[in-house]
Ligand binder design. Sequence first.
Ligand code: NAG
Ligand code: NAG
Ligand code: NAG
Ligand code: NAG
Ligand code: NAG
Ligand code: NAG
Ligand code: NAG
Ligand code: NAG
Ligand code: NAG
Length: 737
Amino acid sequence: MLAALAMAATAASLIGEPGCQTRCGDVDIPYPFGIVTSNGGVNCSLPGFEISCARTGNGSAVAPVLAGTDIAVLNLSVMPRPQARVLLPVAWQCFNSTGDSTGKSYGTVRFNADGVYRISDTHNELFVLGCNTLMYTNSGPPGRYKYTFYTGCMTFCNDSGSAQDGKCAGVGCCHVDIPPGLTDNWMQFGSTSTWSHADQEFSPCDYGFIVERGYYSFKASDLTTMPVNQTMPLRLDWAIRSGGNSSSTSMSCAAAAKKNKPQYACVSDHSECVNSSNGPGYFCNCTQGYEGNPYIVNGCTNINECARPTEYPCHGVCRDTEGSYECKCRAGYQNDGNPKEQPCSPKFPLAAQLALGITLGISLLIVAILLTLMVIHKRRMNEYFRKNGGSALQKVESIKIFTKDELNKITKNNSEVLGQGGFGKVYKGTLEDSSMVAVKSSIEVNEERKEDFTNEVTIQSQMIHRNILKLVGCCLEVDVPMLVYEFAAKGSLQDVLHGDGTHSRLPIPLDLRLEIAIGSAEGLRYMHSFTNHTIRHGDVKPDNILIDDKWIPKISDFGLSKLLKVDNYIATMVIGCMSYIDPVFMKTGLLTQKSDVYSFGAVLLELITRKKIVYGKNSSLIIEFCRLYDKEGSGRAMFDEDIATEENIFILEQIGKLAIECLKDDVNDRPDMNEVAEQLVMLRRDMKYGKAQNKSPRQFEGIATSDSPRSFATDTTSSSAAISLPSATPSREFPDL
Ligand SMILES: *[C@@H]1O[C@H](CO)[C@@H](O)[C@H](O)[C@H]1NC(C)=O
Ligand SMILES: *[C@@H]1O[C@H](CO)[C@@H](O)[C@H](O)[C@H]1NC(C)=O
Ligand SMILES: *[C@@H]1O[C@H](CO)[C@@H](O)[C@H](O)[C@H]1NC(C)=O
Ligand SMILES: *[C@@H]1O[C@H](CO)[C@@H](O)[C@H](O)[C@H]1NC(C)=O
Ligand SMILES: *[C@@H]1O[C@H](CO)[C@@H](O)[C@H](O)[C@H]1NC(C)=O
Ligand SMILES: *[C@@H]1O[C@H](CO)[C@@H](O)[C@H](O)[C@H]1NC(C)=O
Ligand SMILES: *[C@@H]1O[C@H](CO)[C@@H](O)[C@H](O)[C@H]1NC(C)=O
Ligand SMILES: *[C@@H]1O[C@H](CO)[C@@H](O)[C@H](O)[C@H]1NC(C)=O
Ligand SMILES: *[C@@H]1O[C@H](CO)[C@@H](O)[C@H](O)[C@H]1NC(C)=O
């Protein structure tokens, strides 16, 4: 309760002197105004600003009046302008029909004994109502004439209908602005003789008054019905004229602060003196950033501007300071000017922020995804490497293990396809030493087959023979391992004999065919004798005999040979052309080296007949040749016509006979590859011997003249044949063998 009282006292002290009543009726009474007290002890006002709190009518209600008068006070303000709103009497004069005055009032009232008030020129205006009327007010100290100011206006009406509501421009009503410095309310009338009002029942009275701007608007009826002895509100400016004598001295700020220090009215800190703009004197104002009452000690208090954003705008973060306030843009916002005046804008526009954020986010995401993919890829490659037996193969010296990247570089990303292998496409590649290689998929490797695979690759890499396609290396970082072989430029024997569809079939001389047969046989023989003699090719056929650029045959695609140990594969994996397959193996399921011999027999038949294993309308080369041989004791009718010359016939017959041997049903009747190779080599020797006897090598090379005699001397008992070259020698050049 004490605190509440203290607060109330503080609040009261802000507008009035301590111990003084600061409110009367509905009106606050701020110092320098003060209510006149009857105890006489305390002066609650500065001189000239006394207010009486008077009873109105018969009740207990009170209202302020200027002390010593009955002028009602409506409002008193100190800040921002020193003003008092009061009711002052209207001046009037009335006439009877003969134009004689029946009564008047000049509105004179003594409200300004100390000269602190002056009528506000900016907030009031002067009205005159009447129909043949001049009214004016005069005020101020004597000058050129009796007063300093004379102001008023005249109004006239032609007849009773002249005056119009809302029109106050000299017909029934006139009004003028007033000058500053007016201190009195009284009105002067034009002389009744000059300004006759006879026969003017429509406007019996004249009225003159100063009134608050905008308060009064003219109504024509007021000319007849407006009561006399009434009041109008108007605003008074006031100023401090210093203690002492009102009429003699009027202090400016400079004078007040200098001479009358003890009586200087602006006593609050943060207050300042302002010269009155309306007449002499000064008033006080709180300095900028402060509000309250400058006429009392500590009356000016700091304004919390941040609490009043409409009066003190801030478009950023507001912080109150003593006498002022700070306004800064929020973090991340900026303002070229003053954030008190114009809104802050984001340093980065929202779109830019969004764009930046999204870009960053996406970049991070992409990086994350790429990293993950790389890790997954690397892990998978390592997995493949392990799965494909990489660690075992790394120990094998003769084989190079390529990384996936190296392989892609070698094959230029698989740009050149050589053909279709058993397990996928075969790509051409170039090693760093510019030697050509063929890269092909092997079979898929799983845990069961891993050991077989690594063994197989190991064995292949160790088989080094001019008639065996060399395994250069492998790549294990892929799902299905890739194998890198030396490159056979002329393709397979299948292509050479029967064409690969793109090239026309070219004649092939017998000795070249014999060389191919010998080479192939040597390759198989080497294979069969390799290590423990258990290695079989398993799929001997012209497709798997590759020819390099020097016409040297290379046995290839023996990937199955080792894996065939596993029973499961026999049925499923031995695919391809069934015709080359040993019928014994078909029956027993037992693959032996003699099965390779059988298949090689079929290849020999193809070499001498140049017929496919299945030719014509489903004729089997093996069956037809055996049948022919059984019938005629010779396969001559089926020999390739290109080479079936008398000179060659012996050799051809011998090869045919050897083929028949190889194709024997009983595996024990078949020669082994060793014998086959030896017999072929002997045939080559026979052929050269026979040739050396009969023909010059130049003729063999196809430069024989067309008229060379077709002579032949045959010794059927001899193993050698003397055969002359046919006149229609192929014109195609053949490589050196
Ligand atoms: C009050 O005012 C009267 C005259 O106006 C003066 O004589 C008197 O000293 C003043 N009293 C105080 C306390 O200022
Ligand atoms: C007292 O004033 C009230 C209005 O405020 C009025 O109605 C009443 O007649 C008055 N009484 C006397 C005796 O004047
Ligand atoms: C008195 O004046 C103040 C400031 O001019 C104003 O806020 C207030 O409403 C006024 N009161 C009346 C009753 O006119
Ligand atoms: C008007 O007033 C004058 C002077 O008081 C008087 O002599 C005159 O008779 C009056 N006229 C009328 C019509 O009442
Ligand atoms: C002025 O008044 C006379 C009579 O007094 C009338 O005849 C005339 O029409 C009026 N003129 C105007 C413009 O109203
Ligand atoms: C107007 O007021 C004066 C003085 O207060 C008084 O003598 C006069 O009778 C009043 N007139 C009217 C019409 O009330
Ligand atoms: C004010 O000055 C006038 C004359 O100038 C004098 O008559 C009056 O007594 C003075 N009043 C005071 C309070 O000094
Ligand atoms: C007030 O007026 C006086 C002279 O009339 C002048 O010297 C003084 O500087 C003015 N003070 C202010 C604050 O305007
Ligand atoms: C009084 O001070 C306030 C703020 O300091 C200012 O806005 C106002 O204009 C000042 N009044 C006068 C009359 O100088």
